[in-house]
Design a protein around this ligand. Structure first.
Ligand SMILES: Cc1cc2nc3c(=O)[nH]c(=O)nc-3n(C[C@H](O)[C@H](O)[C@H](O)COP(=O)(O)OP(=O)(O)OC[C@H]3O[C@@H](n4cnc5c(N)ncnc54)[C@H](O)[C@@H]3O)c2cc1C
Length: 430
């Protein structure tokens, strides 16, 4: 597009990062012809790993509001009947004893294969918006514009830059300059996650061979124990079962990775089986079906004091990366995408007042996203018998598991849009 044509647009928006959040955001913005939207992804193409991602009712709502329902429903899995409302069943990891179930009426366990989901939403992105091999290394701004600078020597200048560039965000240090806020780096949560996928039929046979119920394969399960837990849920129209097995080091308040240790590594089945030695027959069956697990050192960000600096904003994991224990990180990125796209689509959002709109976004989203970070970390403690005031007291544990997701799930992101518009109206009223 020629410079003159861009100038005629109401707003020019540069998005750094084409993960689930950045692509959903770009799709939503691209429907508004008064906006000039460009997305810059560091990788040579859009890519996601072949693991599962689970969405709570709030995330499913955000997907609907983003207009991605049809793309999502084509690939989404749900808990099988008569367990449609079950998000997860909770069991004791030592003997498979049933503790309780967390219910999400009307949604249950709504999950997808990550790569399939990214492909499905990318299909909604018009040509000419996405640019690859564009690794952002710096951001600058002045009173009239903001610029993202890439490692290939090119740059993009627009009215705003939105950093959707994940936990290792390059945009973040512009919003929170280290000289003012100190170096902000992701920290290891103390938890390793072993990941794998199992063909459903294979897991069903393995469960039966151990004397366990076959339905434990398709109905989402969480097996709990001291400093460890395992989760399973189906993806790919129930052809595969996504497995994540967690172990946490709570021996020290600030757990540290070994120097230069990679965040993600291939590991051995032997190591994983050793970690879960003595666990139940179902857990053994699951882990024995994963010959080549990967091991992820789960990192999170501290709660940031702000997400916004004038014409630049960070969102998604760039702003509030968290541990996955409530299945909430991608959901928060999608909520951010919907709320921000709605605000930028307002006809009264222009280059001269866009900073006020980004500020209003931060004001309505900050406390919720920080709470999701905090409670996601706490959830890991609860599942692993280390929850404050809960420990291994099963009655308290059950009560917590049955109620802890209510506030997270029963949130309508459109309420954030309404609240932000009120803030903008107040800020701009004479
Ligand atoms: C083990 C595990 C399990 C999880 N399970 C769930 C779950 O069940 N449910 C859930 O909701 N969430 C889950 N999450 C969290 C979820 O994956 C993230 O919250 C989500 O992917 C964040 O999306 P995002 O778009 O903000 O960032 P990302 O998905 O990280 O995307 C960032 C994009 O930016 C690009 N990029 C990075 N740096 C640059 C740069 N400098 N310049 C240009 N591009 C750049 C990257 O290549 C990438 O494409 C899980 C996470 C883990 C680790």
């Amino acid at each position: 597009m020629q410079a003159k044509q861009i100038q005629q647009k109401r707003l020019s928006i540069g998005i750094v990062g084409g993960g689930i959040g950045g692509v959903a955001f770009a799709v939503a913005l691209s429907r508004d012809s008064s906006l000039h939207v460009q997305l810059f992804e560091a990788a040579p193409q859009f890519s996601e790993i072949g693991a599962g991602v689970s969405f709570g009712p709030n995330a499913v709502k955000a997907i609907h509001l983003l207009g991605l329902d049809a793309s999502y429903q084509r690939i989404a899995d749900a808990s099988p009947a008569p367990f449609e409302d079950v998000w997860f069943e909770w069991r004791r990891g030592s003997d498979d004893a049933y503790l309780t179930a967390s219910l999400a009426p009307g949604v249950g366990q709504s999950s997808v294969h990550r790569a399939d989901f990214l492909d499905a939403i990318v299909a909604n992105l018009p040509e000419g918006i996405a640019h690859f091999g564009k690794c952002c290394i710096d951001v600058k701004q002045d009173a009239d514009s903001a610029t993202a600078i890439f490692d290939d020597g090119t740059h993009f200048t627009g009215d705003v830059i939105i950093g959707f560039d994940g936990i290792k965000s390059a945009v973040r240090s512009h919003v929170l300059p280290p000289e003012q806020y100190g170096e902000i780096t992701p920290f290891w949560s103390g938890t390793y996650a072993y990941r794998g996928m199992i063909p459903t039929g294979q897991l069903e046979s393995a469960l039966e061979a151990k004397g366990s119920e076959k339905r434990l394969a398709l109905v989402p399960q969480m097996y709990l124990g001291k400093d460890r837990h395992i989760l399973t849920f189906p993806v790919k129209h129930s052809q595969l079962i996504n497995v994540v097995a967690f172990i946490t080091d709570r021996s020290t308040p600030i757990p540290m990775l070994r120097q230069h240790e990679e965040w993600v590594q291939a590991t051995t089945q032997e190591e994983m089986l050793e970690v879960f030695e003595g666990w139940s027959p179902a857990c053994q069956a699951i882990l024995e079906c994963i010959p080549e697990p990967t091991r992820w050192a789960l990192h999170e960000l501290p709660e940031l004091v702000r997400y916004h600096r004038d014409r630049v904003l960070i969102v998604g994991d760039a702003a509030h990366a968290l541990v996955p224990h409530q299945g909430a990180g991608a959901g928060q990125a999608l909520e951010d995408a919907y709320v921000l796209a709605s605000l930028l689509a307002d006809a009264n959002c222009h280059r001269h007042n866009v900073s006020t709109i980004l500020s209003a976004f931060e004001q309505v989203r900050h406390s919720r996203t920080c709470k999701v970070q905090r409670t996601s970390h706490e959830a890991g403690d609860v599942y692993e018998y280390a929850g404050e005031g809960i420990g291994d007291d099963e009655a308290k544990l059950i009560n917590n598991l049955e109620t802890r997701f209510e506030w997270l799930w029963h949130h309508n992101p459109h309420d954030d849009v309404v609240a932000a518009r009120q803030i903008v109206a107040l800020a701009t009223s004479p």
